[in-house]
Design a protein around this ligand. Structure first.
Ligand code: BTN
Length: 257
């Protein structure tokens, strides 16, 4: 059985992120909770973790579905000094941290631009970073990682698209340990940004991205672009080498060509 989430175990992260953890049995969205925490002066690094979200959300106002008590759903309040980098770079950093934590557990995890972490073409995790405050003065980084989710827990329409640590490895994984690894990994990437070494974060992301070097099509609000995925920019835009030179894709969905 999946172990229940406990504040004491989760807050023993050994790093600044997650020094204060609130566990909710049920909430609408941990991203909303983290925004509330930040707006009421909640300390940077605080985390809200939930067993169940009733209005979990993803990119492009899509919903994020997760049955109760099986997965890791959490949101972090990130310090104001990081907010000036915007959500794009923090999304990339979180992608690196999540992909590495999954690889450590034997999963062939890779990042799909902009914010999915996948294995064998199926999504295991998603990241939603949002700015908040009157002057965009803090950031919330929300992550949903499928941990002990089983094939039969998924609605029929998601069975071919979603996966979990359990489905990839055939065994269960401790959520507290995973939380700790993701936070430690994210803290490392954020420290690089803080020290002006953000090019290292971009390089790590590019190495972990499943489409790097491959020909892809990007469906953007402005139309379809074709090219070879070359890397990412610090604002989170995907760089595509096209016949017209290098172009940046700011928003959209990508598919192999
Ligand atoms: C995506 O893939 O589109 C991003 C999904 C992000 C889901 C997480 S679950 C915890 C946090 N709370 C939310 O409402 N969303 C994020």
């Amino acid at each position: 059985m999946t172990e229940p989430l406990e504040e004491a175990a989760l807050s023993r992260t050994g790093c600044k992120l997650g020094h204060y953890v609130v566990v909710k049995q049920e909430t609408e969205s941990t991203n909303d909770d983290a925004h509330e925490l930040a707006a009421s002066g909640g300390a940077a690094g605080a985390a809200v973790v939930a067993e169940l979200q009733t209005k979990g959300r993803g990119r492009l106002s899509r919903s994020w579905l997760s049955p109760a008590g099986k997965n890791l759903l959490f949101s972090l309040v990130l310090p104001a000094e990081l907010a000036r980098h915007g959500p794009g770079l923090i999304t990339l950093s979180a992608g690196v941290a999540v992909a590495r934590a999954l690889r450590k557990r034997g999963v062939d995890a890779a990042i799909k631009w902009p914010n999915d972490v996948r294995a064998n073409g199926r999504k295991l995790a998603g990241i939603l970073c949002e700015s908040g405050g009157p002057g965009a003065d803090y950031l919330v980084a929300g992550m949903g990682i499928n941990v002990d989710l089983k094939h039969e827990d998924l609605p029929a329409e998601l069975r071919e698209m979603a996966s979990s640590l359990f489905m990839e490895t055939g065994r269960m994984h401790g959520r507290a340990e995973l939380f700790k690894d993701v936070l430690a990994g994210l803290e490392r990437e954020l420290a690089r940004i803080d020290e002006g070494r953000q090019s290292e974060v971009l390089a790590a992301w590019t190495d972990l991205a499943e489409m790097t070097g491959r020909r892809i099509k990007a469906h953007t609000p402005g139309g379809v672009l074709s090219g070879r995925a070359a890397g990412v920019r610090a604002d989170g835009a995907l760089l595509l080498d096209t016949v017209l030179g290098q172009q940046a894709v700011i928003a959209g969905d990508i598919v192999p060509e």
